[in-house]
Design a protein around this ligand. Structure first.
Ligand SMILES: [Zn+2]
Length: 343
């Protein structure tokens, strides 16, 4: 699968598939947040999304690949990327406030531009946070760095903060090729687009996702992500009913076995203290231990049915990561089909 540099490239590619699509809403820059439908008509529906963190591009590629190869009788609703603005990269989002896309070649370039055009809100060591126009721009990642409600965040309440991808050697996410989008909640908490699924205030991207889910009532939700390591893992939240729980476990077992068999490495360590590890690569959310509200899969799991956050390791090549993500998703869907085969 190709790497999509810009959101328009992705939309054009999707258009070329001739599948029905609908616009769920528009991001603040006017980018349509699009849902594409494939599959059959047998309920319940499947929901697949990717790209809520724009630096995690193999998920986006995997969604595209799935649209080409997926075979199921169930309707499949796909949001190929949940952050169109961030996907377009850091020069793009900075250009929204500057009037044109700047040339950015180094962190020094970036810092210079932010100081020249922005109001400095926060500065410490290697981090500079400025306000330019409608948006906050930072030189580096800020997630988890600030106290909730810090006074300097006041001008950014309800707004976005972008910071650039900076790591070398990540195929699909070169330095500045993507802008990671942070959202400052009404309470002054710096979160991101994979939050706000269960809060009354939410950025438009999260509202689009939850409205779609309310409409289609997905019996299976797959959210494709990546992390900075070199292995595969997924997380889920235990289901409430015995039948859901049984099928969720079957999907989990089948996914991890299929990925292990493919030769991909499985993540050994727990990716957070709020997960319970049952085996390598399989992590169950301990919901009460994580603050911040629900991510998409947690929300889907608590409202609609089994749901998985699938993670591939960005240290591997793009095509490998896409293939692993596709394999995991297809395997979960195969088990999901078995569940409803007799009905
Ligand atoms: Zn992610």
């Amino acid at each position: 699968m190709q790497i999509f540099d810009r959101y328009l490239d992705l939309l054009e590619w999707m258009d070329g598939k001739g599948l029905p699509s609908r616009v769920l809403g528009c991001a603040p820059d006017g980018s349509p947040i699009v849902c594409i439908q494939s599959g059959g008509e047998k309920g319940p529906a499947i929901f697949i999304s990717a790209g809520s963190h724009s630096t995690e591009q193999a998920g986006v590629g995997a969604v595209a690949a799935l649209l080409e190869t997926l075979e199921t009788d169930h309707p499949v609703y796909v949001i190929p990327t949940r952050d169109p603005m961030g996907m377009n990269g850091f020069p793009y989002v900075l250009g929204l406030s500057l009037g044109k896309e700047p040339d950015l070649h180094s962190e020094e370039d970036l810092e210079g531009l932010l100081r020249e055009h922005g109001e400095v809100l926060y500065e410490e060591e290697d981090i500079l946070l400025t306000l330019i126009g409608e948006y906050g721009y930072a030189t580096r990642g800020l997630y988890g760095r600030f106290e909730k409600g810090a006074a300097f965040l006041e001008p950014l309440i309800g707004r976005r903060i972008f910071f650039p991808s900076l790591s070398d050697g990540i195929e699909g996410t070169a330095p500045f090729q993507r802008a990671y989008t942070l959202i400052v909640s009404p309470e002054g908490e710096v979160l991101h687009i994979n939050r706000f699924h269960d809060t009354s205030w939410a950025p438009v991207e999260s509202r689009c996702t939850r409205d779609l889910m309310a409409d289609i009532q997905p019996g299976l939700t797959l959210d494709l992500h990546e992390y900075g390591g070199n292995a595969f893992w997924f997380s889920a939240r235990h289901q409430q009913s015995e039948e859901d729980e049984m099928w969720e476990q079957r999907m989990a077992d089948a996914m991890i076995q299929a990925v292990a068999k493919s030769g991909a490495a499985l993540e050994e360590g727990r990716p957070g203290s709020f997960f319970e590890a049952t085996e390598s690569g399989v992590f169950w959310l301990i919901a009460q231990e994580r603050g911040e509200g629900l991510n998409l899969a947690d929300f889907a799991a608590s409202e609609y049915g089994p749901a998985f956050t699938i993670e591939t390791g960005m240290q591997n090549g793009y095509q490998d990561r896409v293939n692993t993500s596709v394999l995991a998703a297809q395997t979960a869907i195969d088990v999901f089909e078995q569940r409803y085969a007799q009905r």
